[in-house]
Design a protein around this ligand. Structure first.
Ligand code: ZN
Length: 320
């Protein structure tokens, strides 16, 4: 029984968004149509959209159900699967937003987890940038500038390039801007406070803003954007072919990269590892994998052999 659930392959959940594009179909080859497909929730057990499991005991059912029915299969002690991994295709700018931390979300959002996230940039058109942080020195200044609509002067933008990694701890104002395709790894939460939405209309009306809650949770002064970005050059400096490279250690998750060229064998202590193939093709324990595949190494998977020519992003939950 254990063996058939050692590696669970997933069918993503897709969302349509005002800012979405067509690269999830065009670049990743997903069988999804529409000109505004914004997000592919590849590894999700969230109530707003769960991935489906393709194989094993839970075939055809949601990851959310599997985690609720059998937490130990994922090395969990509670029914809530803690991470969410998405691909995001921004053809246009996303709203400027901020997420609460665990404590604020527990009190103000019905016990939901907060949201820490990170972005691995897969593609960025020349000149692409992100909104990351703000320039206000005090909460009063922040409030005044938002109320007066002085958004351009208030929010910082930074250029980004394919291969860059960005950390977005709770309280960090952020927005993905048009032209960027990225992999997001985050806490399993959908709590977003929208600060500004460029006065756009979606299905005939403006989307709701959450300025008051945003003002509660935005960190003042903001973290230096340089501390939140790890540039591609720094990541590439380590020679890590066929070895797990730690990309980021967040209080809630650890992010790894595996550049596979040939074979890589990993021994595991248990728990789960969420895996997305972002380039190339190969196999895991003899099962074919290719770009766009999302799967979970479960607690039943103690030895894993990857083979092929591919790049994988992996994540594991950290429990405090
Ligand atoms: Zn976010």
């Amino acid at each position: 029984m254990a063996d058939r659930d050692a590696i669970l392959f997933l069918i993503p959940y897709f969302t349509e968004n005002v800012w979405g594009g067509t690269r999830l179909h065009d670049v990743f080859g997903y069988d999804v149509t529409g000109s505004h497909i914004g997000e592919c929730w590849g590894i999700s057990a969230h109530g707003h959209g769960s991935s489906l499991i393709r194989n094993g005991r839970f075939a055809g059912r949601t990851l959310r159900e599997a985690a609720a029915e059998d937490p130990p299969l994922f090395g969990l002690t509670t029914p809530e699967f803690p991470l969410l991994v998405k691909l995001i295709d921004a053809a246009d700018d996303l709203s400027i937003q901020v997420h609460p931390d665990d404590e604020y979300a527990r009190i103000h959002e019905n016990g939901s987890p907060g949201k820490s996230e990170c972005w691995y940039i897969l593609d960025a058109l020349p000149g692409a940038e992100l909104v990351l942080g703000h320039r206000a020195k005090t909460r009063e200044e922040l409030k005044e500038k938002i109320e007066r609509g002085e958004m351009a002067a208030l929010f910082r933008t930074v250029p980004v390039f394919p291969g860059d990694l960005i950390h977005i701890p709770p309280g960090t104002v952020h927005a993905i801007k048009g032209g960027i395709l990225l992999l997001e790894t985050q806490q399993n939460s959908d709590i977003t406070y929208r600060v500004y939405d460029y006065d756009r209309l979606w299905q005939g009306k403006k989307r709701e803003l959450h300025v008051e809650k945003s003002l509660d949770v935005i960190r003042v002064p903001a973290e230096d954007p340089g501390k939140l970005i790890t540039r591609k050059e720094e990541i590439e400096r380590q020679e890590t072919e066929n070895r797990l490279q730690v990309l980021m250690e967040d209080p809630h998750f650890t992010l790894f990269r595996l550049r596979l060229k040939g074979r890589a064998e990993l021994a595991r202590d248990g728990g789960f590892t969420a895996v997305t193939v972002i380039r190339g093709a190969g196999s895991v324990n003899g099962l074919s994998i290719r770009k766009g595949d999302h799967f979970i190494l479960t607690d039943a998977c103690r030895e894993v052999m990857f083979a092929g020519d591919a790049e994988l992003i992996l994540s594991e939950a950290v429990f405090s």
